[in-house]
Design a protein. Sequence first.
Length: 298
Amino acid sequence: MCPECPNCRADSGSVVRNGHFFRRSDSRKFQNFRCKACLKYFSNATFSDCYRQKKRRINEPLRDLFCKRISLRDAARHFKVSRTTIARRLVFLAAQSRKRNTMLLHSIQAEFGAFDRVQFDDLITAEHTKCKPISATVVVQEDTRFILSYCVAQIPAFGPLAAIAKQKYGHRADHSRRQRDRLLKQLTDLLPIHTTFRTDEHNHYPVVIKRHFPHTTHVTHKSARGSVSGQGELKKVGRDPLFSINHTLAMFRDKMSRLSRRSWNLSKRIDRLDDHLAIYIESHNRMIFERLKKAKNH
Ligand SMILES: [Zn+2]
């Protein structure tokens, strides 16, 4: 069966096969086609996600490295490609990961049931300088630690940096509430209405939960002091009721170099942070899904 023509949308009846070609950049063979209506040529590769990319071989290893604490610059040195290639590929891989993750969450629900107990919290990082902080809200399922959704938002500098930041970079609007609201709204499609939420005592959380999940139970916990090692999310308390979210956020800090504390790596742009998170989250969910499926079948 021939595909329809991507150029003039003629149906498969007017498309004929026209030999093969071998794509050297990833050693794959593709069928060529010719459209009898518009006389244009195309191939199976025309429909591929990697159409017109160079260096296709780096895609999957790069996706993996993005979840293993490599910086974008080190990735460029590792593959001997330019920083621009890595930056563009981050955007490309993120778009793929977002699609894959949506499908993955459906498979997870089909296999293990609805996500009816969740925890969420904010992770604070920054773009370009510590004077421009970003808050990333991350929602996980309790116990399994599947990451259900996330959002990123710029926030104004706080603490001792607030005055310096204002003087140097001017006013920085707080988008965190707006983004969190959007996030919870999105979650109404994924979570059942009786979902239990467990969070710390942030004053916006009850408001936003009540707005989108009016019939739900919201349990809050006093947030414990972070351990001295600099990983603020790893608590030094006996049993942390918010372990699922805290542990997940601590893993973010460990697995994405732009998020690690006391490091010279930092996001340059908030949209690229969003992309990096999308890639990490898909890989994180896939890893847990594989592990739980294996445990279930034994
Ligand atoms: Zn055509």
